[in-house]
Every structure is written in structure tokens, then in C-alpha cells.
Ligand binder design. Sequence first.
Ligand code: TRP
Length: 354
Amino acid sequence: MTISIQDPIALIDGPSRLAEPSDAPGDTGHRIVTGDRPTGPLHLGHYLGTLANRVRLQETGCPVTVVIADYQVITDRDGTGPLRDRVRMLIAEYLAAGIDPDRSVIFAHSLVPALNQLMLPFLSLVSDAELNRNPTVKAEALASRRSMSALLLTYPVHQAADILGQHGTLVPVGKDQLPHVELTRLIARRFNDRYGTVFTEPEALLSATPAVQGIDGAKMSKTRGNTIPLGATDDETAAIIRSARSDGLRRITFDPVARPQVANLLTIVAALTGSDPRQVADRVGDGGSAALKTLATEVINESLRELRRRRTELLTDVGYLDEVLLDGSARATATAVSTLDQVRRAMGMDYFRG
Ligand code: TRP
């Protein structure tokens, strides 16, 4: 079975439908750009939501660029936190999950200044009303319990610079990021209309797994403290799963509406084992929440064992992690500078052309 990655929809339908490396279409011309904020360790929601997908895309032969969005950390909080450690941990987690620094690029915003310059013409292409309508930004402003900073309002434009600066065409993200990809498309379109075609409109690529919930039933997120961190030990994982909400019914069924917490554990197990949540429910049968939790713990620990081993090993070699970041940022800078040249030329700012 060959699935062309040119058809992103085909990729949305689950791991079982993804192209195997063996029948990879090779260089499809797609360039993948995605990223994370370095605000804490990655968790299972990241892994199922985008991380596994990034590695699969890398295996199809597409160039993958991962942005460590350090300037996005201060969109909704007052300080940067222990950034150096968090950035290193993120890199270790990417590599442990299978991102290969020889084939893929990992860079940090703060190490690619050319990217910031792209933001200025991009800002001229959107209105404040459009920025104020962004539902993800509105939700973040609300959750931060602060007044909206100008950076929070405009970071989706900066994110457009992340993507378009690297000439990204496919953006694997969670659902909350769709408004930003939409805005990026709008910016690309308007730039091209105004100055001549420089950009391709990128497409979002949603992963197969519906948003994984945290153990309290809310969205799994660092700020809510309800996550299953990738770096948790087996015992920590067991304790987290044990404390997860569930219900007292003996018979386990997959019913996301009536039994969201049970459905969430079934979804996690199904996603990690490449099966269907209903099948998993049948397997647990009359075992109740206790059996489901035992199964979920086993599956999570087993699925993450190798990743965790690599992660621990990588974290002992910070020199190497720093080298990966420096090298990736140099490569991302080269691409961003060349994009900026194209932009300046299109805008008539290429004053010193021979
Ligand atoms: N905003 C994204 C998040 O919070 C992170 C991000 C930054 C990103 N730059 C990006 C994602 C470019 C995709 C493409 O998760």
C-alpha cells in the first residue's frame, strides 16, 4: 500500500494507514515545519498528538524542521523560566523519539534572528480585528489571567514567519493550532498577491489521535498538571494512571460521551498499540477500571521504554545536545536568510543588487 504524502488527509487517518518507510514516496517536495514551546517536559499528549507523526514524516524522506519556540514562552507568562534546561530536555526528547539530527533540523527562535525580520512585512498583511478573533489566542489570554500582551496577540504572525521562513508546506499540529496555520495561509496568499509569488500556502496535518485528555478529564497540558510525562518512570506512570479518574462500572465500553475518562484510557492504549478503542474495551471486558488501568500502565511503559532509555542517556551529554541545537539553528538561519532575500527582492528592498 502506498499512500502519497501529497494527500495529507491520507495521513490523518491513523498509524495503520501511514506509509511505511519501505514504500515511502521519497522526496515529495513537502517541507515539514512544526514546533513546541519550551515550557516543560513533553508528555504523552505531545507524543500521540504530533511527535510520533513527525518521526513518521521524517521516515518518508521529507525534510522536517522543529522549532523550539523560546520567544513564545513569554506570550502568556512573566518570565522565561529555566530555559536552558528545558531546551536541552526538549532536544533530548525529540532525539529519543526518533528525530534524526542529520536529516532533520531543530532550531530555537532566539538563534535565528532573520526570522524576526520576516515578521514585519507579515504584520502589515493582517488586521488587528483578524488577530483579535483568533480563538486559541483568546483562550490563552483568558487562561493566563493577565491582560493580553502585544506579543500574545501577534505571536501567530511570528509563527507564520517560522513556517514561511523555512518554506514549510505541511505543518503537523494539534487542533488548537489550526487558526495559526489558517493565518499563515492568509499571510502567504496576501504577500503573493501584493508582491509576487514567493510563498506556498502550507497545510495543517492533524494526527490520528483525537486530543488526549489529562488524567483529570481536562485537556492534557503542562499548565494543568494532569499529564503523563514522557520522562516519568514506570512507577511514576503507574501512580499517575492509578489516580486517573474513571467510573465504577465493571463492564468497560468505549463511550466518549457518557464515559469520557474510560474512553480516554482506551484511546491511549489503542493509539499506542495501533488498534481500535472498541477492541481494547472488549479485551478488558468485565475487568472494570482496575484492569483497564493495569493494561494502560503496561502499554504506556512498554511503548515508551526505549524512548525513556535514550532520553536518560542523551541528557547526560549536554555538549552533544547543544551541538545539535547550534547546527540546526545554523541550517535554519541559512534558509531564513535566503527567504528574507527573496522577500526583500519582491518588496523592492534589494538596494545593493549588482
Ligand atoms: N505554537 C506552537 C505550540 O504552542 C508551537 C510552534 C511555534 C509551532 N512555532 C511553530 C508549531 C511552527 C508549528 C509550526 O504548540
